[in-house]
Design a binder for this molecule. Structure first.
Ligand SMILES: O=C(O)CCC(=O)C(=O)O
Ligand SMILES: [Fe+2]
Length: 329
């Protein structure tokens, strides 16, 4: 996996207007109270630290048992040569750690699953299409499809289910979180090389941002297609989980999108990593770090993400009732 300094593109920042923001907050509080309250609190570093420390002491014993159980299953891992201590150290220090690699047969199996299964434009359960129907789906939607996601992958794809319980990945999760880890979701999605709407680039995280998904959490990312320089890579500012942008006083707690210029003006170029790699390569990231996806220009990108956290608010998984899934054509 190679990471290089980013030649950043021009992006537009969107900020929600006051009243719209309040009504979104009220809707969110009704639909997902736990998640919404956590997002209010976990943007403050001292509260993240407090909850993480409390959880660590509550889980002191069960964490040892959990780690032993992982060790007992170590022969099942897909990552037998991974130096987990080095990876956890890097993840703690930089918020970003490299060195994961999926076996080719796992890449092939997940890719085959993706070829034959419908994916859903904009993560909308009513917008299903198969890859060979993409242009037709775009015609029906009346816009280029930037992102399409699969649903129920743990249930439908045994290789993804196997990864989610891999003993080495679980050990990393346990050591990084300092707690018995909670697996909160797998997400498998395409980003396509299209002239995307600005609103879709904002909605699908192609503008710099940071995630507040829990008091402590991180994600494994695996590329399932080759990702070349300038072509749809994930971009991360290492170390920024401990150094949020300080463009205005409210940036200490504000969660918003940032322009490329705002980020290049705040951080050293050497810390802004455009992560390229071949199919199968992966990395771990605390996405409290400033990050974004780049819109592909040539080749579609298929990405698998596995997320672990202290608590599960039910907001990150890809489960959808079969009864609500609809094909566009
Ligand atoms: O598509 C990407 O690389 C960015 C994804 C992202 O923002 C996230 O997974 O939190
Ligand atoms: Fe994100």
């Amino acid at each position: 996996m190679t990471e290089v300094q980013v030649p950043v593109s021009n992006v537009v920042t969107s900020t929600g207007a006051g009243l719209g923001r309040v009504s979104r907050l009220l809707r969110s509080l009704t639909a997902q109270p736990g998640y919404t309250l956590m997002r209010g609190m976990a943007r403050f570093a001292w509260l993240r630290q407090l909850v993480t420390t409390a959880r660590r002491s509550v889980h002191a014993r069960s964490r040892v048992v959990y780690r032993r159980q992982c060790e007992a299953r170590i022969q099942d891992t897909l990552f037998p040569r991974l130096d987990t201590a080095r990876l956890v150290k890097e993840l703690k220090e930089s918020g970003l750690a490299f060195g994961l690699k999926l076996p080719p047969e796992i890449v092939a199996a997940i890719s085959q699953y993706a070829e034959k299964t419908p994916c859903y434009a904009d993560r909308q359960a009513s917008c299903g299409f198969t890859l060979d129907q993409r242009s037709e789906a775009e015609r029906i939607l009346g816009k280029p499809i930037l992102l399409a996601q699969y649903f129920n992958t743990i249930e439908a794809c045994p290789e993804i289910a196997k990864l989610a319980t891999d003993p080495v990945l679980q050990t990393i999760a346990c050591d990084y979180l300092g707690s018995v880890p909670t697996f909160v979701g797998a997400n498998l999605w395409w980003t396509f090389p299209v002239d995307a709407l600005a609103s879709d680039r904002d909605r699908h995280a192609h503008l710099f941002h940071r995630d507040v998904d829990d008091f402590r959490f991180f994600k494994f990312f695996f590329y399932l297609t080759d990702v070349a320089l300038g072509d749809g890579a994930h971009v991360c500012v290492s170390g920024s989980h401990q150094r949020p942008p300080k463009l205005s006083f409210s940036d200490r707690w504000n969660i918003r999108r940032y322009t490329d210029q705002e980020i290049t003006g705040q951080y050293h170029a050497v810390d802004i990593h455009e992560i390229c790699g071949t199919a199968g390569e992966g990395f771990a990231e605390n996405t409290l770090c400033i990050h974004k996806g780049r819109t592909p220009t040539k080749a579609p990108r298929l990405l698998l993400q596995l997320q672990y956290a202290l608590f599960d608010y039910g907001a990150m998984h890809d489960r959808r009732e079969d009864s609500i899934l609809r094909m566009l054509l």
